[in-house]
Design a binder for this molecule. Structure first.
Ligand code: ASP
Length: 441
């Protein structure tokens, strides 16, 4: 029986937090495979080691690079001193600026994880296994899942206990390549799958995944258990604890992810499990209609009305063609008999592009009216529980009515596990609070 554990930047930030990490690992005989981030912020105004490395790479002069490196060395040396371990990293420090890889951004930026793993490995006596030996990217720049699994599985099983740096692997050209920011979560999932872990524990600095954004509702409840599908819906709408790609290596293997808090290890955290395992009764959770609420602001709505629209073959196709030709991402498209609403992602959509789109929609679709509204918020109310419960949409609408919120759009996904509503930006906070109160509070 083996677990894979990943510790994030705050857990690895200083000697005190690293001692907590050590205690968590050594107290659990199943905690055999550990993935770490680079040291993160020690307090809110601090700089993460990864950002220090990014700045180092951007330095134009030799002197600037030297000074930046000295600051990074000072951070690691302080940790090593305080932990009282016998570890000399001078050759590794020197390689950051003085190896054949030093011209590579990814190599330089990955060194935070590399050094962090070396420190933990020395502290707890687990073998250091370099991520470059077990994580491989394909020529398209994406993770080569099959190759990685083969390499990682063979190497890690041989190691028995291992500490692996997160965030990077080897590219198809044989050079170090990193994931996007926060990518150590993905590395943790890769390791969990490779060793067939019973669970992937993702140790961070919060007690778990909250039902909604704590900036909108004071101390919202922690979600005790959610499914990968619910997580995807909530994460897409902005709720973030995990890197969005972290679930792919583990969800198909049925390995649950347990979000835990290094600074409050007695809290059970949030379990993320497969829907099928919940259905079959392998995992049980409290009966709740709604698992979580998440939302994002600043969408654009294009409200279109045309008489006899329902009889016109290809009307919606033309709308979608116009969006496609202008490289615009469609988020939702609820339709009525003679009306359709296009809710679009505003990223990269300038006023000029929006005007062009509206003109093309007028020319090619001849609507009776077309109205554009900016500043719409989308809110997703998510939970498998709504599938078997009558009246969820009515409770959504009723609670928003009582909070004096005008719903601009409502859309229930065909999977019947989410209801998406659009409200004006100024009603956003009130809506989240009202929905929380209705379903959880
Ligand atoms: N250290 C990297 C970052 O700050 C990767 C990670 O922590 O997951 O994004």
């Amino acid at each position: 029986m083996a677990k894979a554990l990943k510790f994030g930047g705050t857990s690895m930030a200083n000697a005190d937090s690293i001692r907590k990490v050590r205690d968590i690992i050594l107290a659990d005989p199943e905690a055999k495979y550990v993935v770490v981030s680079a040291p993160g912020k020690r307090e809110p105004s601090d700089t993460k080691v990864t950002d220090m490395l990014i700045a180092l790479y951007g330095e134009k002069t030799e002197e600037g690079r030297r000074t930046a490196l000295d600051a990074i060395i000072a951070r690691f040396d302080a940790i090593i001193d305080e932990l009282g371990i016998d570890l000399d990293l001078s050759a590794d420090y020197a390689a950051i600026l003085g190896s054949s890889e030093s011209d590579s951004y990814d190599y330089v930026v990955s060194r935070g994880e590399y050094l962090s793993a070396k420190v933990l490995s020395a502290l707890i006596g687990y073998e250091f296994v370099d991520a470059a030996d077990i994580v491989r990217f394909g020529p398209n720049g994406r993770l080569d899942d099959e190759f990685t699994q083969r390499l990682a599985s063979d190497r890690l099983r041989e190691a028995v206990h291992a500490v692996v740096p997160g965030f990077y692997g080897l590219g198809a050209n044989g050079r170090i390549k990193t994931f996007s920011r926060g990518g150590s979560d993905v590395s943790g999932a890769i390791v969990a799958k490779a060793v067939g872990a019973t669970v992937y524990e993702n140790w961070t600095d919060v007690d778990g995944f909250m039902v909604c954004d704590p900036r909108k509702v004071k101390c919202p409840k922690i979600i005790e258990m959610l499914t990968y599908r619910e997580l995807r819906e909530l994460a897409y709408m902005g709720a973030s604890v995990l890197h969005p790609e972290a679930v792919f290596p583990v969800n198909k293997s049925g390995i649950p992810i347990n979000i835990r808090n290094t600074f409050n290890p007695s809290a059970k955290g949030t379990m993320i499990v497969c829907y099928e395992d919940l259905e079959s009764g392998k995992y049980k959770r409290e009966d709740r209609v709604i698992t979580g609420i998440a939302g994002k602001k600043d969408f654009i709505g294009i409200f279109i009305q045309k008489e006899m629209m329902n009889g016109e073959i290809g009307f919606c196709k033309t709308l979608l063609d116009v969006l496609y030709e202008n490289r615009i991402r469609l988020e939702h498209m609820p339709t009525g008999i003679d009306t359709v609403t296009l809710i679009i992602d505003p990223t990269g959509v300038s006023d000029e592009v929006l005007e062009r789109v509206v003109m093309q929609l007028r020319d090619r679709c001849h609507p009776n009216t077309i109205e554009v509204q900016k500043g719409l918020s989308l809110i997703a109310v998510v939970g498998h529980g709504m599938m078997s419960t009558k009246g969820t949409a009515s409770r959504v609408c009723g609670s928003l009515y009582r909070a004096d919120v005008n719903i601009r759009m409502i859309d229930q996904g065909s999977s019947e596990m989410n209801i998406i509503i659009a409200v004006e930006n100024e009603d956003y906070d009130r809506s989240i609070a009202a929905l929380y109160e209705e379903f959880v509070g």
